[in-house]
Design a protein around this ligand. Sequence first.
Ligand code: CTP
Length: 398
Amino acid sequence: MLKGTKILLGISGGIAAYKSVFLIRLLIKAGAEVKVVVTKNALQFVTKVTLETISKNKVYDDLFGIYNDYSTEHISLTDWADLFIVAPATANIIGKFANGIADDTLSTSLLAFNKSIYIIPAMNSKMYDNFSVKKNISYLKENNILFINPVVGDLACGYVGDGKMEEPENIISYIEKNLKSKLLFKGKRVLITAGPTYEAIDAVRFIGNHSSGLMGFALAEAFAKYGAEVNLVTGPVSLTIDNALVKRYNVVSAREMYDKCIELSSNSDIIVMSAAVADYTVINPSETKFKKSEKSLTLKLEPTQDILFELGSKKKKGQLLVGFALETNDEIKNAVKKLNNKNLDFIVLNSLNDKNAGFKYSTNKISIINKEGITKFELKNKQEVAFDIINFIKEHYL
Ligand code: CTP
């Protein structure tokens, strides 16, 4: 898996730096090419000669050193590498990275790197447990930086605790597993709908619903993480997505969502419709703002087109079609009806009766129903739910 991979290995100043020598050895044995960037403190624990001998490459430790090839070496190095591993990562380098500080070669290179970064912390367990370190780690995780957590063991400071750097063999198998998962949906085109639709009443008012779009956006991120090319058609939401594999199309009404989905569907291998599409739209909405009057106001509505039904009737061989159902009563019966009527491969059911699940919440409790039966899941955050759905596809349909 690592054959031919160009790896930048950052080493910061912790006793676990000696293990990084083994890590370099194993990476090279696995077929990778390794270049090393160290902090000044790392060189207190392991020598430059050792690292250069093992990596068979020059070691980078000085942003402005007289022996540098040129002063923008951190850029050429980061352009060169496919992935960046920092092992061991001290509280200091994690703190610098999380706060955008670039005051040496390693911290500068981290900020200049825009591909996969794996951080492998090693520190005293009390430091690892410190609120500030925790905050930095969770901020980096939120920004898609991967962590291989420390393990419990004897620490150099005499403590036994959670702070020991993971063993090089395990680091490699984690990275290999992660790289493999990235290929799961490579070459697959996925169409996802998200959020509500707004049906205009007049120039300023609309009929909408409480859908946040979180579930659809989490699905788009998750599919992209596994290498898929995603088209995300979303109604009005306040969410952002920053992923080169996700193409976002903003729509407002059910009609606009229908048009975009029909356009993109024939080219899609997997279609997941998580949007809460309006079932009715206003006939002839006013182009100007309605004026208040004493009289009651009657709006005339007509049904919208059911996008999912339409896609089900046009479903191509090999295309996977997934719907969502949000129900308040007779949940399973209603969901099964939608599964059959709309010609779906499976339907994701969430019930409004489950606490903290569905619209407006960041968590969801789903059941997946297909022809074979029902699979129930616990209440989880929507990112985890997205991965459950992807795993279900992997296990049943790939
Ligand atoms: N859906 C759609 N187009 C519509 C309405 C719904 O594509 N005009 C899709 C939703 O995105 C969802 C599935 O159909 O994946 C089920 O939506 P839901 O609102 O639960 O069901 P409806 O078919 O609209 O039926 P009802 O509202 O009566 O429960």
